[in-house]
Design a protein around this ligand. Sequence first.
Ligand code: GAR
Length: 211
Amino acid sequence: MSLKLGVLVSGEGSNLQALIDSIKKNELSAKIVFVASNKPEIPALKRAEKAGIPCQFLNPAEFFTRESYDEAAAQEFLKRGAQLILLAGFMRILSTKFLSYFPGAVINIHPALLPDNPEENEIILPDGTTSKVFRGSSAVKQALEAGTSWSGCTIHLVTEKVDAGPVLIKKPIKIYPDDTIFSLHSRIQEQEHILLPLGIQVWMKKRLTIC
Ligand code: GAR
């Protein structure tokens, strides 16, 4: 039986596309049952439509609170039987309300290295030096501005703390002196596309439960 996936998106959707392609190639035994977006008319929605996946723009302006938005989004996934929710470039913080419907079953893609111990704020890089952990929506920019020699990408479980859940899989990526946000982010995304199906497989094997 294939895993039923729900995907939340906010933009380009290159990771959603990587997932669609990986399922098509039978690299992953899964089915995307619903894609929800917090932004209208984004490429990610067009990618879902093209692949014949049910998708919808859920307008945050139509909800009074974050919790009521998250409740509505969760219900959309639940009614389609989603077992695992993937945040594929979803640029909105989820409330505990949403997480309570999918305990241990919400995964995020983060464009930087996150530590194995979520409490840590420093990480050891492949060259033995240490770097601050870059969390939040500007992680690529933060890594460049800090002048570190390595960044990376991480697939991790989502918990109440932003970008601080258990790591499923991660990959370091070298930063070059002439890198820009665009060039570094492009290389990070190439690796995200490879890591994402692998991260889902790790999750399937572990079936991690966060209580
Ligand atoms: C990805 O690079 C992902 O790591 C990042 O947004 C991009 C979305 O790209 N996510 C975050 O920064 C979350 N804090 P995509 O829409 O092409 O998949």
